[in-house]
Every structure is written in structure tokens, then in C-alpha cells.
Design a protein around this ligand. Structure first.
Ligand code: UTP
Length: 297
């Protein structure tokens, strides 16, 4: 019987420089898509996949994130007093139970691989998930849940994968495909941010992973890779070179790169248009703008 995936690591220690000056004081993961911070989408996705322990890798200046997951007794009492039961329910749904969430600091931003390694003492001999909250995925069945179901069949290591245009491969970890089985591919390598023209395929890794403890052992080497950072993809590939399987999983859904301004704005529009209370107003506004723009041409 395969071990269940019940722990997820959320690396949120990056500097978020693409959102300066906002990220001078607001952690990127607290920025809101419509009315929920990015991190709430990540937590909801993890819960749907059966995750019971949530491990955050944080850094200096991220205390707003810890506050967000705390109970807010004063606010709750005030909403109760005013009879705002609907808002009270929303608020309560964001509370975390004591002991189900842990925080560990990454003292230097040495890279995603290093951030994951910082969580090593929370992980025993079991598979674990890694979720990057700035990759937001709109999907009928949440992405990590799709992956956990596939992982139940395959075991090994699994990374969420997405076909990207050739010109974009230099921005991602790219899979070297052994066998393409459609939704699942087996791999014979992966390269972090390959130089233009040298990518082994167009299949890019995005921010959802199910990994074995071997990957943490490989991270012990603290070897810097692309961009001088300790890369998670290098450690996963080292586990593969040692004989473990690494699968790419082509998830169903739309991924938004909320670590970039354009991606964040697109996600904001998409998530707002999906909301009954916002769709009509926003849609009218967008169509008015398009008509005005056409008229001006
Ligand atoms: P990014 O490459 O998006 O970096 O990290 P960043 O610092 O968040 O943002 P920019 O590029 O400066 O705008 C991808 C993920 O890895 C985490 C980030 O928090 C993000 O979730 N990360 C990155 C760490 O936790 N530690 C690191 O040292 C680097």
C-alpha cells in the first residue's frame, strides 16, 4: 500500500522583487486575487488533495502571513454582534487548527531547493507535496488532487507540467521526456532554465510537486545551479539519476503566473469574471473599454 501524501511545504521566502515597491512591506503571497490572498487558494487546493500538515518556509518581513492564519476573536465578535453571519463563516473558513500549520525560516534566499530543504525535519520517510502559491491554477478538480490521484497509480516523484512555447522554455525547468503517455510522461532528465535553443522539450515544470525524501537528501549537498541558486529541479533530477522515477503530469486547468504582474492581472480578471457578484459589472466595463478603444482607432 502506497504511503499517503499528507504534508505540504509552501516555500514563501522569496523576495518578490517583481512586485516592488508593494513587497517592501506586503508579502507577495498575501496579495489578493479578488478578495482572498494567494496563499488561501494554495491552502484550499492542498486541503482538497488530503493534506493535513502545512509547512511554510518564510523569511524576514513575512509576519503578515502568520497573522493571516491566526484566529481573529475581536473581528469575529464584532461580526457576530452585527449579525453578519455570512462574513463570519468566510472568516472562520480561513482559520487553521493549532498544530496543523508550522513555520520555518529560511535565513538567506539561496533558492527554491534550499527553501524546501529547510523543511527537512518535518518530513519523515514519506512522500510530500510542494506548492508554490504564486502559481494559481483554476481547475474543476484542484491540480494537486489530480496529481495525488495519479501518484496513487505511479508512485515515484511527480511534477506538474505544462506545454509552453519554445521561446518561453528558458524561464522554466524543462523535462527531457522518456515516454509520453499523454497526461503522464516519464522522464530521463530535467534542466533548469535551459539556454535558448537547448531545451530538451517544450514541457515545463510549474509549482506543484509530489516528492520522495530522497530529494531532500540530494538537497543536503547544497549545490548551486542555474542563476547561482540551489535549484529544486537539480535535486529531483539527481534522485532520478539514482534510479527513482520522475513523472511529469499534464494537469487539467489554467495556470496563472501570479509571480508576474501580467499573470496576476490576468488571474484577477479571470477569477472576478467567474464570480456571480462581480461578473456583469466587470464584463460591461471591459466591453465598454474595448468599444471605446476600437472607436478611437
Ligand atoms: P521566484 O522565482 O518567484 O522568486 O520564487 P521570488 O523571490 O518569489 O520573486 P521575484 O522573482 O523576486 O519577483 C519561486 C518560489 O520560490 C520561493 C518563492 O517565495 C516563490 O514561492 N523561494 C524562492 C523561496 O522560498 N526561497 C528562495 O530562496 C527563493
Amino acid at each position: 500500500m502506497r504511503k499517503r501524501v499528507t504534508k505540504a511545504i509552501f516555500p514563501v521566502a522569496g523576495l518578490g522583487t517583481r512586485f516592488l515597491p508593494a513587497t517592501k512591506s506586503v508579502p507577495k503571497e498575501i496579495m489578493t486575487l479578488v478578495d482572498r490572498p494567494l496563499v488561501q487558494y494554495a491552502i484550499d487546493e492542498a486541503r482538497a488533495a488530503g493534506i493535513k500538515e502545512f509547512i511554510f518556509i518564510t523569511s524576514r518581513g513575512k509576519s503578515a502571513l502568520e497573522d493571516y492564519f491566526d484566529n481573529a476573536p475581536q473581528l469575529e465578535a464584532e461580526l457576530r454582534r452585527k449579525g453578519k453571519e455570512d462574513l463570519l463563516e468566510i472568516l472562520k473558513s480561513t482559520n487553521m487548527d493549532s498544530g496543523e500549520i508550522a513555520y520555518m525560516r529560511q535565513h538567506k534566499p539561496l533558492g527554491l531547493g534550499h527553501a524546501v530543504w529547510c523543511a527537512r525535519r518535518f518530513i519523515a520517510n514519506e512522500p510530500f507535496a510542494v506548492i508554490l502559491p504564486d502559481d494559481v491554477i483554476a481547475a474543476e478538480k484542484p491540480c494537486l488532487q489530480q496529481m495525488v490521484e495519479a501518484f496513487d497509480e505511479t508512485g515515484g516523484n511527480m511534477v506538474a507540467a505544462m506545454d509552453v512555447p519554445e521561446a518561453a522554455t528558458k524561464s522554466y525547468g524543462i523535462l527531457d521526456i522518456k515516454e509520453d503517455m499523454g497526461r503522464i510522461v516519464s522522464t530521463k532528465g530535467m534542466v533548469e532554465k535551459p539556454a535558448p535553443g537547448s531545451a530538451p522539450s517544450n514541457l515545463a515544470v510549474i509549482g506543484r510537486y509530489i516528492l520522495t525524501p530522497t530529494v531532500l537528501q540530494k538537497l543536503n549537498r547544497k549545490q548551486a545551479g542555474a542563476g547561482g541558486e540551489i535549484q529544486l529541479t537539480d535535486a529531483i533530477d539527481a534522485a532520478r539519476a539514482d534510479g527513482e522515477e520522475v513523472y511529469g503530469y499534464r494537469f487539467q486547468g489554467q495556470r496563472f503566473d501570479c509571480g508576474s504582474k501580467a499573470g496576476f492581472l490576468q488571474a484577477t480578471v479571470a477569477f472576478a469574471l467567474a464570480r456571480d457578484d462581480l461578473r456583469d459589472d466587470l464584463w460591461n466595463y471591459i466591453t465598454d473599454m474595448v468599444h471605446a478603444d476600437k472607436a478611437a482607432q
